[in-house]
Design a protein around this ligand. Structure first.
Ligand SMILES: *[C@@H]1O[C@H](CO)[C@@H](O)[C@H](O)[C@H]1NC(C)=O
Ligand SMILES: *[C@@H]1O[C@H](CO)[C@@H](O)[C@H](O)[C@H]1NC(C)=O
Ligand SMILES: *[C@@H]1O[C@H](CO)[C@@H](O)[C@H](O)[C@H]1NC(C)=O
Ligand SMILES: *[C@@H]1O[C@H](CO)[C@@H](O)[C@H](O)[C@H]1NC(C)=O
Ligand SMILES: *[C@@H]1O[C@H](CO)[C@@H](O)[C@H](O)[C@H]1NC(C)=O
Length: 390
């Protein structure tokens, strides 16, 4: 065994020398934090990604969709009656899964988490992953994004976040259909009680302990790239598996600066989410230190370099400029617009790049509703073919 290891080291060193330091990023990446040699472990393919709201989860979903397509995996998708989500905000049930997508490897569309139902649906070696965002910036995002849909926000005079937070109970109705966007949204998505009294700290503590038992990785939006490095180590994935283009973003003009004092009010109003976030941000940083902050930084840098190359090859030598939906020619590439007050930007591909580049690049910038539809179509075809062959 020692001789074998020595051989690997010699090969590695000679590979480095051979390339004279100009070895490709892909190879460099494998020598990043990894204490394992390439290919020493198969990539993990069975994953539940609980997609939370306004947390960069759409970008993560896109990463998973592309991974599934490249590896011929089955993604559980919602039945038509559920829309592109699993009948959110109802608690997840296997009845929401399209029959053509059963025996899935992955599930990522929006849902309200139900551990029992998911464990019955998914393979027994499934890893559970989710993502959290700092509650103050998240709430500002929810408030703007759902200003038309969520009655608790619509009631507020002048659409003023300050007015809402001054007297939240004047506008908030816990029983209303869309009320989960107005309080402890992360807790709700994870299956918890968004309206549990905040003075009962034991509830938050128990809830966090439950989440920690089920989820192998809780990503943090503020440190998205670092989260992807932890993800790739957890799943034995390569650099190419975590490349992305940012999706479902607002224009800068749709974002509001929080006035002084507001972040504290938001965190008090969303106290269970705040408890969750602080706990998992702390454990996230412990995981990063376990891996080694230096090599995490190195892998992040490599990821960004390769990403930039990808963007240049996809967008005709230039970095892409996010555009308002109305200016995007390909209808499939227009992201959903929640209201006339918020501009969700997307991308178009230049018409003059090669056909191959079109194929390759299109999926990186495909909004979730289009991608869900396309994936359902291709998986249904696959399902019918395998049914006929039986
Ligand atoms: C979760 O799913 C299980 C199994 O399908 C079901 O019995 C249970 O009622 C669900 N929980 C909720 C809160 O709906
Ligand atoms: C998981 O499922 C496989 C095949 O379905 C089975 O062989 C294995 O024993 C199961 N493992 C556990 C821990 O239940
Ligand atoms: C709403 O805006 C109007 C006009 O700008 C202002 O007069 C009014 O006081 C505002 N109301 C609240 C509750 O902020
Ligand atoms: C997350 O935790 C780290 C390490 O303790 C801390 O430096 C950072 O400020 C926290 N991030 C946020 C957004 O609270
Ligand atoms: C495509 O057109 C743009 C200008 O519209 C130009 O800058 C770019 O070089 C062209 N790319 C290719 C591959 O021809």
């Amino acid at each position: 065994k020692k001789i074998f290891l020595a051989l690997i080291v010699i090969c590695t060193v000679s590979l480095l020398l051979h390339h004279g330091g100009h070895f490709t990023n892909m190879e460099a990446f494998r020598f990043g934090c990894s204490h394992q040699y390439p290919g020493s472990k198969p990539k993990h393919t069975n994953i539940v990604f609980l997609k939370t709201h306004k947390t960069a989860s759409t970008t993560m979903q896109n990463i998973l969709f592309r991974f599934a397509e490249r590896n011929n995996l089955m993604v559980a998708l919602p039945v038509q009656a559920c829309g592109h989500q699993f009948c959110y905000p109802r608690s997840f049930s296997s009845h929401f899964v399209h029959l053509h997508t059963l025996r899935p490897n992955l599930i990522t569309n929006h849902m309200r988490f139900n551990k029992t139902a998911l464990q019955r649906l998914m393979p027994n070696d499934t890893l559970y992953i989710t993502i959290l965002r700092e509650p103050a910036s998240m709430f500002e995002s929810l408030f703007t994004y759902y200003s038309r849909h969520c009655m608790s926000f619509r009631r507020v005079p002048n659409g003023s976040l300050e007015a809402f937070l001054a007297e939240p109970f004047r506008y908030y109705r816990p029983q209303e259909v869309e009320s989960m966007y107005a309080r402890n949204t992360l807790t709700f998505d994870l299956g918890g009680d968004k309206d549990h009294p905040s003075k009962d700290l034991a509830y938050a503590q128990n809830f966090v302990a439950e989440v920690e038992k089920v989820f192998s990785l809780v990503m943090i939006s503020e440190y998205f790239d670092e989260s992807l490095i932890l993800l790739r180590h957890l799943l034995s994935w390569d650099l190419e598996d975590i490349l992305y283009v940012k999706l479902n973003m607002r224009t800068e003009s749709s974002k509001k600066r929080l006035s002084p004092g507001l972040p504290e009010k938001i965190r008090a109003w969303n106290s269970i989410d705040t408890y969750l976030y602080e706990y998992f941000n702390a454990s996230f940083w412990l995981k990063l230190s376990d891996l080694g902050l230096d090599c995490v930084a190195k892998e992040v840098q490599l990821l960004r370099q390769v990403q930039e190359k990808l963007m240049r090859s996809c967008f005709g030598g230039k970095m892409p400029l996010p555009r308002p939906a109305a200016e995007i020619k390909n209808k499939d590439l227009r992201p959903w617009q929640p209201s006339d007050k918020v501009d969700i930007v997307g991308y178009d591909l230049p018409v003059n790049i090669s056909h191959e580049a079109q194929e390759h690049c299109l999926k990186y910038i495909m909004p979730e509703i289009s991608y869900t539809r396309i994936l359902l179509h291709s998986q249904s075809l696959r399902h019918r073919r395998s049914y006929q062959n039986r």
